[in-house]
Every structure is written in C-alpha cells, then in structure tokens.
Design a protein around this ligand. Structure first.
Ligand code: NAD
Length: 503
C-alpha cells in the first residue's frame, strides 16, 4: 500500500501502479493548522499526463464491457471500505485542508453518499422502449459510456468533490483520470488506494498531479471524451471553452456569491446561528457559503448586533488533532492575507467593519477570525466578488423585491436562502431569486447526491450538472435503435389471434 500520508513525494496512479518518479517541478502541501510542509506533489508534464490518459484508454475496452451489475458490485465494496476508513479519511481532510474534524466528517459522509448513488447505476442505465412505434417497428434507447473521463478538482473539498465525479463515471463504464488540487492531493491518493482494494481493475481509475501544464494536456488530448471541473469561475470558463473547442463534453462548476435574505419576521436567534454556520463553516471556503446577508427592514440592527456577538464568540484555532474548535484556518497564508485585504477594501468603499477577524494567533497556522462587514452596497466589491473566506457582508434592503434585486445584480448564481415565517414571501423568493439552489430557513442549501448541483450564471458552464441523474446523462451517451423483422415465407407463425378474432 502506498502511504502518501507519511512520505515526502505524493504518488501518482497510472495503469494500476503507484509511481513516485523524479519530477522536474513540484508543488508544496501544507498543514494549514501548523503552517508546516507535509508533502511535495509532482507537477506532471504534458508527456507524463498523456501516458496516464493512455493507461485509462487501454482499460476502457474491458471495463466498458463489464456488466453494469459487476461494476456496481465494486462500488458496493468501495462503499464498505470507505465506511471502514471513515475516520481516517476525515482526519486526512482536516490535516491537508484545515477544516474542523466535524466538517471533514460531513464532507466524507457527502462523498460516501455519492458512492451509494453510484451503486444504483444498473437501474439508472436502463433505457426506454416503445414496442410497435410504427407498424411492426420497435424503438429503444440504450446508454453507453463515453470513454476516458477527466476530473479536475478544487482544494476546498479534497474528498467530496472527487467523489462527485469518479464513482458515477466509473459505474457507468467509463475510465477516469483525476487531477486533484495540487494543494490537497493526499485525500485523492487515499481514495484511489481504497478503490484499488475494492477490486477495481488496473487503469480504470488514475490520478495525475499537476497544474496548468497538466490540465492543458488533459483538455486538448484527443482520447479524453468528457471533463468535469470544479473550481473558480475564471478557470471554469477557461476549461469549458478550451474543452468544448477540442470536442469534449464539459461540466464546469465555478465560484459563487451566495445570498441569505433575512425577513423582518424571521426568528432572530435561529437565523443568526444559521448565518454564522453558513458564512464561517469551513472558514468560509465553500462554494455554498453564505457571503452576503440581506437584512430586510427593521431586523438589520439587531441582526448585525447579534451576529457580531455570536461570531465573535466562535473558537478559532488549529484543527488537526483538536476537536474543541469552531473554525479552522484557511488554506494558505497568501489566501488569508487576500481575504483580510477585503476588510480594508470595505472601509475604502464606505462600508463599516463591526467585527474584524484580524488578530494575532499563536502558532504558525493560517488563521483568521470571523468578520462582519455592514452597510455594504450591491455595487461594492464586497457584494460582487467571491472572497472565499470568513467574511460576511451585510446589505440592508427595504423590501423583499429590493433583496431579490441584489441577487439579480450579482454575476454568480449558486445558492440563496430566505429566513422567514411567511409562506408567501418564501414562495416569491423561491420562484424569483436568480440562483440555482434555494433554501428556505436552511443556511446551506447544498443538494445531496440524488439531486443535481444546479449552479446558474457564472457559477456553472455547461449543460448537465454534477450529481443526480444529470450526472448519469453526462457520463453516458444514448443510442437509439429502431427494429423491424420481416415475416419470411418460411416462417410458420400464424397471424396473431387478436388480428383475426371477431369482436
Ligand atoms: P482553482 O480554480 O484555483 O483550481 C481548481 C483546479 O483548477 C485545480 O485542480 C487547479 O490545479 C486547476 N487550475 C488552477 N489554475 C489553473 C489554470 N490557470 N489553468 C488550468 N488549470 C488550473 O480553485 P480553488 O482555489 O482550488 O478552489 C476554490 C474555488 O472553487 C472557489 O472559487 C469555489 O467557489 C469553487 N468551488 C465551486 C464549487 C461549485 O460546485 N460551484 C464547489 C467547490 C468549489
């Protein structure tokens, strides 16, 4: 067993072999809780990347012909192994990402549910039939795998986001090349080891590490059929454009700016807790994190007061080996400084900062406390740009219509939630808000495995989304067959009774 957690260089996985070659270029993996270097990750060249695609291509012939029921059996075994290694996986996520152990457990659980979803692939691959669609002609559709599929993933969910992709792709009969974030490659390696242990044949799942050179080689490789991407909007757009230009089907999920609307009738206490969990969970590094609270009417003053009090009481600290923490570090020192820089931008633009998370933390972790920025206007950078850290901006609006307008003026469209006791306001919001995932009194309306992750606007490029049956459509192509059999002179069949019987 390759033990990526205890070694210096993170292995790649190609054609069933774990490889630790001599890389010309390497990236660095840190433990964000301590700031210490924990591994080096090789950054593959275009030629090395092509070799991994070739391994996936070679495995496709046999795997695509393996009965769907047998492919699903590997997923059942994988599910069993993931459950057996649940705590180990969660600890690994905490170690390389920095989120709390509770958050890491939730992430592994969400990923595991994708494997459970993939176990039902034989049912989802069933086609449609219509006998006698024309006289003596039968029609049917069947689903076929597309070939070599690629997954390119971000740092913020080292375990869950890869699991959004490869279990369904593989269960559908494709082979897969995963290019995890070079900031958090360790969880991906462990997921691959467990997949190998589950009995997946060599070459069906592969891991290549790298940055732009590797990604570009995947995007343009003629043997790659489909690309799933999750990451920032600028790169998602690039992946979509270059991948499509090279004839691949692409689903590319991008960044976000999610709105939480608090109506005057909302339960203040519950709303404050939900807002804080949404904005500061995973230190704000979630594509579904609430980052703009839109306070409607008179609730604004008490909301900001209670939010600052509650957020200010959250225990911030290193998470690795420490469960008594509410919020952990962000991924890198530069990212912490970038996020903190928005507090200065806020003041320059005329907003106020009633809770400033900048303080001296002991140890070398990349820590930043929760911040609240008040009196943000929709045109300000704090309302327009993805910050991706523990900063919650508050926009004050005088009506639900004005709150909905705030969303319409934002370029993203992942998630949005309303907090209210009024069914009519909730219905209006649900129908009219300009985002693809909606919550009613729910802070993070992230869909579970069985539903698609339906980002809109600049939060998604493509057609078929990740998760749910849309993912089965993405990883398969349909074949439609019309069949007619002619009766020959030699056939001894009589005309059916129903044709000759008198009625
Ligand atoms: P990122 O865009 O920097 O990196 C994502 C992947 O793209 C990585 O594997 C990286 O190696 C690769 N990459 C980076 N720069 C590249 C380039 N110039 N050319 C080719 N490939 C490149 O994203 P990140 O910082 O790792 O992750 C955070 C982002 O991901 C946030 O914007 C967050 O909102 C987004 N995200 C979105 C969703 C969603 O479902 N919409 C889910 C999780 C994260």
């Amino acid at each position: 067993m390759a033990t990526a957690t205890s070694v210096d260089v993170v292995p790649s996985f190609s054609g069933g072999q774990w490889q630790r070659g001599e890389a010309v270029r390497c990236g660095e993996v840190f433990n964000p809780s301590t700031g210490k270097l924990i591994a080096r990750v090789p950054l593959a060249t275009a030629a090395e990347t092509a070799a991994v695609v070739a391994a996936a291509k070679a495995a496709f012939v046999d795997w695509s012909e393996t009965p769907a029921v047998e492919r699903a059996r590997v997923m059942f075994q994988y599910r069993h192994l993931m459950a057996a290694h649940f705590e180990e996986l969660a600890s690994l996520v905490t170690r390389e990402h920095g989120k709390t152990l509770a958050e890491a457990r939730a992430e592994v659980q969400r990923g595991l549910e994708m494997v459970e979803f993939a176990c039902s692939v034989p049912t989802m691959l069933m086609g449609d039939t219509l006998p006698n669609i024309a006289g003596g002609v039968d029609a049917e559709t069947n689903r076929h795998p597309v070939g070599v599929c690629v997954g390119i993933t971000p740092y913020n969910f080292p375990c869950m986001v890869p699991l959004w992709m490869f279990p369904v792709a593989i269960a559908c009969g494709n082979t897969f090349v995963l290019k995890p974030s070079e900031k958090v490659p360790l969880s991906a390696v462990r997921l691959g080891e467990l997949l190998q242990e589950a009995g997946l044949p060599a070459g069906v799942f592969n891991v290549v590490h790298g940055d732009k050179e590797c990604v570009d080689a995947l995007l343009t490789h003629p043997e790659v059929a489909a690309i799933s991407f999750v990451g920032s909007t600028a790169i998602a757009k690039y992946i979509y454009e270059v991948g499509a230009k090279h004839g691949k089907r692409v689903q590319a999920a991008g960044g976000a700016k999610n709105h939480l609307i608090i109506m005057p009738d909302a339960d203040l206490d519950q709303s404050v807790k939900a807002l804080a969990a949404s904005a500061y969970g995973c230190a704000g590094q979630r594509c579904m994190a609430g980052s703009v609270a839109v306070a409607v009417g008179k609730i604004a003053d008490p909301l900001v007061d209670e939010l600052c009090q509650y957020a200010g009481s959250l225990k911030v600290g290193p998470t690795d080996g420490n469960e008594a923490v509410d919020m952990g570090p962000v991924i890198r020192a530069e990212h912490r400084d970038r996020v903190a820089g928005y507090l200065d931008i806020a003041k320059q633009e005329g907003a106020t900062v009633p809770l400033d998370g900048r303080r001296d933390f002991a140890g070398g972790g990349f820590l930043l406390g929760p911040s609240v920025v008040d009196r943000v206007e929709p045109r300000m950078r704090l309302a327009q740009e993805e910050i991706f850290g523990p900063v919650l901006s508050v926009v004050r609006a005088n009506s639900l219509d004005a709150a909905i307008e705030v969303g319409r003026n934002c370029p993203y469209g992942n998630g949005a939630s309303i907090f209210t006791r009024d069914g009519y306001a909730a219905r209006e919001f649900k129908h009219r808000f300009n985002a693809g995932m909606i919550g009613v009194n729910v802070g993070v309306p992230a869909p579970m495995a069985w539903f698609p992750f339906t980002g809109w606007n600049q939060s998604f490029f493509g057609d078929l989304h990740i998760q749910g049956t849309e993912s089965v459509s993405f990883y398969t192509r349909q074949k439609m067959t019309l069949t007619r059999w002619f009766k020959s002179a030699a056939d001894s069949f009589q005309d059916p009774v129903w044709k000759t019987a008198k009625r």
